[in-house]
Design a protein around this ligand. Sequence first.
Ligand code: FES
Ligand SMILES: [Fe+2]
Length: 327
Amino acid sequence: MRDSQINVDRERLRVAPSLELAVTWRREVRAGIERIWENVFDWEHLPVLHEMYFNAVEQIEIGDWGWRVALTKNPGTPDRSMVLEMRADREKARYRVQTLSGDGAGTEIWTLLTPLAPHRTAVEVRYYLPERRPERLAALADKYRASCARLWNEDEAMMMRREEMMTRASAERRRSEKPVPLGPSAGLRRRLPLLVEYEGEPFRIVEGEDGSLLAHATICPHWLGPLDEAAPQNGILRCPWHGYRFDMRSGESADGRGYRLAPARALRSTGHRRSEPRPLRPADIRQQHGQQAEQRQESADLIDVIDARRVGEPAERRCPDPGHPER
Ligand code: FES
Ligand SMILES: [Fe+2]
C-alpha cells in the first residue's frame, strides 16, 4: 500500500475524540478506483446485493459531496432503522460513513483507497465506535471484521462483472444472424435454463408461464446487472444488484422505475426432421413405451433458431454515466 494512506492517522481524519478504534481491515480489491467510487455512491444496492445485512433504504439527500439515507438492518423492524451519511473526499481518495442516528449512533467508518493498477485498488477500512468497554469492543470487532469481508466480496463481484459488461458493451460486436442450433425440443427443455448468444447479445432460454419457450435478455438496462442469475417469478425477473423488476417476456418495467429490458425472442421450430426415425431394433423393443415415445418425439420436433422476431417492441438500453449514478 502506498505511504500516502498508510500514515493517515485519526488526527488527520478528524475522528471524534470520544470514539475508539475497534478494527482496521485491509485487502486488495480487483477493481479500479472509478468502479469503487461508483459503488460508494450507489446507496441503492445496499438492501439488495447485501440483503443479508440490510432490509430497506430510502434516500434523504444526495450530491457530489456524498449521500444521506435511512437504512433498516435485517431483520427489518423500526428499531433497526438508522440514518447514515457518506461523505467522500475524492482528492484524498477516502470517505467516511457516519451513523447519525439509530443503532450505533456516532460510529464512524473510514475507508482509505490506494489505486495500485487499472483494475486493482488497496482498501483500508477503520471502524471507530462509541464504545469503551474492552470486551464489548472485541466482540464488535469480530462482528465487523466478518461483515466487512462479506460486503467487500459482494461489492467486488459486482464491480468486476460491471467492468466486464462495460468493456463488452463498448467492443465491436459481431452481429451474426445465423440460426442458433438448439436441438430437439424435449432435449432442450431438459437443459433449461440455457444461456445462448444471438446477434452478439446474450440470452437465457427458459420456459414461460404458459409452457412455451422464450429467450430473454440477460443484461439489466439499469447498470448492466446479471439477469441470468435471477430466478423468474410469475414471469418477472428481479435484478440481483438493485432489485429493479422486469416482465421477462415484454421487457416492460414491473415496478414503474422507467427502465426497460430488451424484449424476449421467441424460439422457432424449423418443422423438419433431423433424420427419419430409424427402424426399431430388438433392444429398442425392450425399452419402456415412454422412452420410445420420447425418442420419436425428439426426432420430429427440431428447434433450430431463436426467432429474429421480437416478442415485444425493441427496448432502448440506458446506462448512466459512470461516476454519476442516476438516482
Ligand atoms: S443493475 Fe441495477 S437493478 Fe439491475
Ligand atoms: Fe456494497
